[in-house]
Design a protein around this ligand. Structure first.
Ligand SMILES: [Zn+2]
Ligand SMILES: [Zn+2]
Length: 377
């Protein structure tokens, strides 16, 4: 949704232009529930769509704004100084809580917050990716404070009932919403929902019970990992608040391109230059593999684009561990910049060639298809 080209609010809410106020409200509530992040975690646009729906609702639920929109469109609303009033909300979760109440089915978490996830990128070569490796990653993470064991109190000092919320952990406040003023129940900002507060805050963490630490983690990267894949290490992210579950650690694997190989699934593809005379005569040549050079037989009469397979020299499958193949695409190199002697020899050879030497069993169509397939690869 762009601020410069807002959609028609009737269209956004899916109501006719003469819809009654209750129908507008009903349509918005239905949409808001559908777009709730808990329900709709898979849709990255849910938050934007929800805001769009809320803005549409703000216009259509206010008779004056609705009349202005009906006559002048969005332009009329803008010149009237109208702006959506979502500024009081810290997050989409707050916005939902304001509509549905934090204790309800769409209330989100009213207790301690789960720990956040951490993402770390690691880079490796294709050879390392083929063998798998143990990598050590270092990152900053929120951890429990060891000094106070996470309870936020200086050791030996008592923890008392929070005076701000009277031990409830929650306080009620009045918030402005597109529905008008509403009571909202939120976490107590003094004790953050715990209901208790240390009388003397921990000197190490200032009473938060958490602190940022430098952490190292050993992660095993399985053989066959591909560029852009993520490895999840459960529970190794940021610590949660007051015993809530920690987040996860995600390792984003970057596999550096290897100029010798092109990867296609578990197969590797490489190109092999073979001179035209050798392609005709047949020869054994060396090709690079992940385990070092290997010999490959180029049979007599090999044509440009022919495929030679080196079995088991691809990448290991992440699932089965079975290795793919190395596909060697033959690039027949036709000699250039000939000397007089070479030119004479080739001329004589050409005169001696018969139809039988040059005839191919392959159709033109099949040949073209083969060449184009390799080109695409
Ligand atoms: Zn502490
Ligand atoms: Zn409190």
């Amino acid at each position: 949704m762009s601020a410069t080209t807002p959609r028609d609010p009737y269209e956004v809410l899916g109501v006719p232009r003469d819809a009654a106020e209750q129908d507008v409200k009903k349509a918005f509530r239905r949409l808001a529930r559908e777009l709730h992040p808990d329900v709709n975690a898979h849709d990255p646009d849910a938050e934007e769509k929800f805001k769009e729906a809320a803005e549409a609702y703000e216009i259509l639920s206010d008779p004056e704004r609705r009349a202005t929109y009906d006559r002048y469109g969005h332009e009329g609303l803008r010149s009237g100084g109208y702006a959506p009033n979502f500024d009081g909300f810290g997050s989409i979760g707050d916005l939902f809580n304001a509509f549905f109440g934090s204790g309800g089915s769409f209330g989100g978490s009213s207790g301690s917050a789960l720990g956040g996830d951490i993402a770390v990128a690691v880079e490796m070569t294709l050879v390392e990716a083929s063998k798998g490796s143990e990598v050590e990653v270092s990152f900053e993470a929120i951890d429990h404070c060891e000094h106070c064991h996470g309870n936020g109190a200086e050791p030996g000092t008592p923890i008392e009932r929070c005076s701000r919320c009277n031990g409830a952990g929650q306080i009620q406040s009045v918030v402005r919403t597109p529905f008008g003023q509403m009571m909202r129940t939120g976490l107590c900002d003094a004790c953050h929902g715990d209901g208790r507060l240390p009388s003397v805050p921990c000197e190490e963490c200032g009473g938060r019970g958490q602190k940022t630490v430098k952490r190292s983690e050993q992660v095993s990267v399985p053989a066959g990992i591909d560029d852009g894949q993520r490895i999840r290490v459960s529970g190794r992210g940021h610590a949660g608040e007051r015993g809530a579950a920690p987040g996860d650690l995600y390792l984003l694997v970057r596999v550096r391109p290897d100029e010798r190989f092109f990867r296609e699934g578990d197969d590797l593809i490489t190109a092999l230059d073979v001179s035209a005379p050798l392609a005709s005569l047949g020869v054994t040549l060396e090709v690079p593999t992940l385990d070092g050079p290997a010999a490959v037989d180029v049979p007599s009469g090999t044509q440009p684009g022919d495929l030679l397979m080196v079995r088991g020299q691809g990448m290991p499958s992440l699932r089965s561990g079975r290795r793919g193949d190395l596909r060697v695409v033959v690039n027949v190199v036709v000699p250039r910049r000939l000397t007089d002697e070479q030119r004479e020899l080739l001329g004589r050879l050409n005169e001696m060639l018969t139809d039988d030497n040059l005839r191919s069993e392959e159709s033109v169509f099949s040949k073209l298809r083969r060449m184009l397939r390799h080109q695409a690869a």
